[in-house]
Structures are given as structure tokens and as C-alpha cells.
Ligand binder design. Structure first.
Ligand code: PSU
Ligand code: MN
Length: 289
């Protein structure tokens, strides 16, 4: 079911750092064409950090670990968005499938990949329990021996509730040179992290001892280099619009992200691209450490 590119297979066998990258943000997080560029820049950033990138998605009935540039080009808006529940149906039905954080980590678990980078984690959607929409990302993170670098939880969600749930699930949230969880586009105002880290070696050592103690996923929250602190009113507008347009479930996040990219005059798009590439670089450094 799984095809692993030779360089990744060799790196895993030799115990070198491999960083998984997802394809949902490529297919559904950016305007057409832009997502592929972000994916390729992320791969280069992982290499610059000292590790091997492994971009993951489903093509032609196979889970591909280490997509080529041509293959990555097939991940457009027509791709299915794959949470962990969606992998098997996509494989059997031969569809193009873009993995979320949860879908990607399910593949990490099957292949022994221990590191991943993304933009923002899924979590508890605002308004819980109507609807009772909690991203499958959280459950898979709790169950997987992997360290995920993100800019915290996407701020279109209920971040304080997600932070509580991360604690309940026993998931450490390490602040990268910060005491608070980054708020995706913004560095400021998030809930407290469980511990602050200053170096890649420190983050790697904490993950290693967490795993030796039988723990699962570890989140490293890296604040965006340039903080956008005025996006909240736009987020509220976007969520109201999504509700009015009858957008639910898996479609909410892509709808809101593209609304923000459009209505902010491209500011959130630039911020999102930069934070994803920066997270990939840091994940490469931690994986190498
Ligand atoms: N980070 C981004 N853009 C994205 C995502 C993360 O900057 O589009 C994706 C990830 O794939 C994550 C998903 O798993 O959003 C969460 O979607 P949901 O809230 O529907 O579970
Ligand atoms: Mn959901």
C-alpha cells in the first residue's frame, strides 16, 4: 500500500532525520499553483535544516511517501481531503488524496517517521458543541510517536479549548523561544505552553524522553516571524459567511483560509506561506538534532 522514495527509505534505515510534510495545505490551503510552490519551498527548508523531506499523499491506489515535483503538481482543489478515516477509501477507489496533519501522521506511524511540519494544527472549532467539530488531528497526535512543528492551532478555531484538550490528551506543547502558544498568523495572546525551549537539541531531547516514558505526540509551537495582530475581525466575518453559505465539516477550514487570503489583500497568504516554510526549517533542525 505504501511506496517510500529510496532516499527516504535509506535515511530511515540509517536513523537520519526525516520530516513528513502534508498535502492538504498544498491542495486546499492556497490558491491554485501557490500550494505546490509552498510545498517545494518547505522541502528545501527541511533540507536546509539538515534533514530529509518526505511529502505524503495518495495517488493511483498507493500511499506515496516522498512525492516527486510532478506528482505534487497533481494535488489541486479536486483532491480529496484525507483525515485518518479517509485513507482506506481513497486507496481502494484510486482517488487523489491530500493528507491532513492527522492523515499524514497515520502514515508516519506506519513507516516510523518521527517528525512533521505544518502551518497550524486543527482543533476544537468555535461554537462547540454546535457543531461538535473537533479535528481528528488531535487524536492522532496523541497516539503517534512524532514531533510536529506548527504555529500553534489555527486561530479560526477555539484556541483556548484546543489548548485544554491538548493537555487532557497528554500532548506536550513546547514553545519555541516563547511562553505562549502561537496563534497561527499572530505570535501574541495565546494560552501558556507546557514548557519553553530555546534550542533544537533541547526540543529533540524532550521528545526522546517523552517517547521513552511511553508518551505519544509532541507539539512544538513556533511563532510567525512577522506577527499579524489585526486578523480577528476578518476571521469572525469569514466564519459568519461560511455559516451563511452552509459550509460545514471538512470544508470550513479551506473556505475560511481563502476568504482571509482574499479579504486581507494577500497579507494572510504571505504570512501563511512564510510560517509554513519556517516551521519546515525548524522541523529539519530538530530532526537532525
Ligand atoms: N496549516 C495550514 N493550512 C492548512 C492546514 C494546516 O497553514 O490548510 C490543514 C492541515 O492539513 C490540518 C487541517 O490538518 O488544515 C485541519 O483541518 P480540519 O480543521 O478540517 O481538521
Ligand atoms: Mn472537522
Amino acid at each position: 500500500m505504501i511506496r517510500i522514495a529510496p532516499d527516504i527509505r535509506d535515511a530511515l534505515a540509517a536513523g537520519r532525520g526525516v520530516v513528513a510534510l502534508e498535502t492538504t495545505l498544498v491542495a486546499h490551503g492556497f490558491p491554485p499553483g501557490e500550494g505546490v510552490r509552498v510545498g517545494l519551498e518547505s522541502e528545501a527548508a527541511v533540507r536546509a535544516g539538515g534533514a530529509i523531506p518526505a511529502t505524503i499523499g495518495i495517488l493511483d491506489g498507493e500511499i506515496v511517501v516522498g512525492l516527486t515535483e510532478d506528482e505534487l503538481g497533481r494535488f489541486d482543489v479536486s483532491a480529496r481531503k484525507l483525515g485518518p478515516r479517509d485513507l482506506a477509501a481513497c486507496l481502494v477507489q484510486g482517488a487523489v488524496g491530500a493528507t491532513t496533519v492527522g492523515g499524514t501522521l497515520a502514515v508516519c506511524r506506519a513507516t516510523g517517521i518521527q517528525f512533521m511540519a505544518t502551518g497550524g494544527l486543527g482543533g476544537v472549532h468555535r461554537g462547540w458543541p454546535t457543531p461538535p467539530d473537533v479535528s481528528a488531528d488531535l487524536d492522532v497526535i496523541a497516539q503517534t510517536h512524532a514531533l510536529i512543528v506548527s504555529s500553534g492551532v489555527k486561530s479560526l478555531l477555539d484556541v483556548p479549548a484546543t489548548s485544554e484538550l491538548l493537555e487532557t490528551l497528554g500532548i506536550p506543547v513546547l514553545g519555541w523561544r516563547t511562553d505562549t502558544m502561537p496563534l497561527f498568523y499572530s505570535a501574541n495572546g495565546g494560552p501558556k505552553v507546557s514548557a519553553r525551549v530555546e534550542t533544537a537539541a533541547e526540543a529533540a531531547a524532550i521528545a526522546k524522553s517523552h517517547w521513552q516514558l511511553g508518551g505519544g505526540g509532541v507539539v512544538v509551537g513556533r511563532p510567525p516571524d512577522e506577527s499579524l495582530d489585526d486578523v480577528e475581525p476578518l476571521i469572525q466575518e469569514a466564519l459568519a459567511k461560511a455559516d451563511g453559505d452552509g459550509i460545514h465539516g471538512q470544508a470550513v477550514t479551506p473556505y475560511v483560509l481563502s476568504y482571509l487570503h482574499r479579504e486581507s489583500g494577500g497579507r494572510t497568504l504571505a504570512a501563511n506561506r512564510e510560517l509554513i516554510v519556517g516551521n519546515a526549517r525548524l522541523a529539519g533542525e530538530i530532526a537532525a538534532a
